[in-house]
Design a protein. Sequence first.
Length: 370
Amino acid sequence: MTPDAIIAAAGPISGTLHVYVAFDWGEELALDEAQRRAPAEVRALPRRRRTPSSIAYRPPPLRIVLPNVPLDLPELGSVQAAAEATVFDFAAASLAMHVPFALDAAAVTRLAGWLADSAPLIRASRAAAEPLHRQLLPAIHGPHWDPALYEEYLIFQLAPSCPFEPAFLLDGGARWLASLAHLEAGELSDEEVREAVGSHLSYSPADLFVPDWAAAVLLDSDCDETLQTIEFANLQLLEYRHIDDRLDKALAAASRVTEIAKQPRLPFWRSFHRPLRTLGELRVEANGLFERTGNALKLLGEQYLARVYRLAATRFHLRAWERSIQRKLDVAEGVYQVVSDQAAMYRTEFLEIVVILLIAVEIALSIWKH
């Protein structure tokens, strides 16, 4: 039989669809206050025997179990997805929904194709998160929730009873595997299939992790720490997008100020205080965000989880986002310096004019007295 025939003839494939949607709720979250306002528990990173005790969240986020979320999914119908939220000290929240399934390979492919339009999932996740957001609002410093700012990621976790071995999936079953990772129900070219399954990871011959930009396929059973690592990378992407958007707006506003600052006339020198303060605060916030998201989960000493994170970060282009943000911070630094120098120069010129006027007045008064 051909690989396609083997896949088509296979029985039901059991697994779980994990849906992660990240939101940004503000600048900072007081975890102690949040724990008093919601039935939350400290979320520790699950660990296997190989995982060093030093691998942990710093500080650990809070996990809040939410009511089941009703979803209408093709091939599965109306389901009640188990839901939970993980909230971090930098006021980011990740809502997770888990849907078990047992479908044949073709049905899983059709489900993946439908999930390419994430709008229904986003609406359901936002509706599920809103009551918790209202509950935690007093614990959020600088609250803001932009409905257009979110980041979703899907993981098809296949159970160990999956009829396909990882080696087969990467070879004869690569086309089916790529369709899930790409969320594509139609035919994919050979080049696209190779690109989709080219980045993969296995710890043992029995497990497999194949990530893509929008979704991943995970063949594993005891994998909570792997799922949390991927979830954190998705949340980190959201935070990078958020600060990048803010930098774009701040630099656009700052560029207008520099044009004013270049003018030789004095009138607008007093207006520099606000953009100077805004740029300074944004630099501090962006650097603080890098520190907090980078230090929240240290994976040194756990080679497998570190590789999982690096693979997900590569698919999410996190390093490219970091470089983009750093370039914009450098530009902001330059703009800040230019505007600051111009403001100092204008103040100096103003004081010089005042001194000259005072001397002129003093001379005039002296002449008038005589």
